[in-house]
Design a protein around this ligand. Structure first.
Ligand code: GUN
Length: 278
């Protein structure tokens, strides 16, 4: 039986630690505020945005909601970000992605000042991570590192394979595993002989965005498997990028979906907000 890495429990521990920290700050008269901008009313985005606001409330961080209609102009959105950049009460700014096609996402990300970039998406934050300097780290990959550390899984010296090369997960994930002294390989849709590579992994992080793509033929016996995906299957049940039922009997440890990586993303966002305040 694999050890099931309980992201729900670990994220709760982190949020409780942050809550204590924020209470100490509050006693000193300091407050934290996260501005959350949503464009349009995509139902999935609304769920994420609401969960972020709820987490803020739990920890004691103020949240400032900015809701734009889907036809908001790019200039209007950038103007709002600039206003929030200048607002001293606001410690963190988050623009929920994806954005409508007429808005340049890169421009939006670059407009958020790096000191308030709690998503860790700004090129300066990404660059800082790759050269080992201080800066905000993308929340999902940061959450994966916390899951491994708090489950007593050592990264140093391990063969780590990251499946997927997105800017938000795959690339920063590889950088973080490297920072922890793992030996890191990234695979992607054009990788030849992919299973030969993934089967070398002591730690396999799967962020391919394809439901149940990774079955046991991709995985070494006794590996640790982290599933970043979240989808609905044919029966409308949540599932990940990993075929959990097929893989679980072969591995040392695995994250479930739901209740694995998902809750960690918000916990790490809250952690970034608290460090922004510090
Ligand atoms: N959309 C999906 N995931 C994320 C995230 O982590 N941050 C933002 N801003 N948008 C997202």
């Amino acid at each position: 039986m694999a050890y099931i890495i309980d992201g729900k429990k670990i994220s709760k521990e982190i949020k409780d630690e942050l809550k204590e920290k924020v209470a100490v700050f509050k006693a000193q008269g300091k407050a934290a505020c996260l501005a959350v901008i949503q464009v349009g009313e995509d139902p999935a985005s609304s769920v994420y945005v609401n969960n972020k606001k709820k987490a803020c409330e739990y920890i004691g961080i103020d949240s400032l909601s900015v809701q734009f209609p889907p036809n908001v102009t790019e200039a209007e959105l950038l103007g709002k970000i600039e206003e929030l950049n200048r607002d001293e009460k606001v410690n963190g700014i988050l623009v929920q992605l994806p954005l409508p096609k007429h808005i340049d996402e890169d421009k939006v990300i670059k407009t958020i000042m790096p000191e308030k970039d709690v998503d860790g998406f700004h090129p300066q934050s990404v660059g800082a991570l790759s050269i080992g300097q201080k800066g905000f780290v993308s929340c999902t990959p940061a959450g994966v590192i916390e899951l491994l550390e708090r489950s007593g899984i050592e990264i140093e010296g391990k063969e780590c394979v990251v499946m997927g090369r997105s800017n938000i997960v795959g690339k920063p994930m590889a950088m973080l595993l490297l920072r922890e002294n793992g030996t890191v390989t990234i695979t992607h849709s054009k990788t030849a002989n992919i299973k030969e590579i993934t089967k070398r992994a002591d730690i396999l992080v799967v962020a391919v965005g394809k439901p149940k793509m990774v079955d046991s033929s991709y995985v070494k016996e006794g590996a640790v498997v982290i599933d970043v995906g979240i989808h609905r299957d044919q029966n409308n049940k949540l599932c990940g990028d990993v075929d959990y039922a097929d893989v679980e009997p072969h591995v040392q440890a695995i994250t479930p979906v739901p209740g694995g990586v998902g809750p960690m993303t918000i916990a790490m966002l809250m952690k970034n907000c608290v460090s922004s305040m510090e």
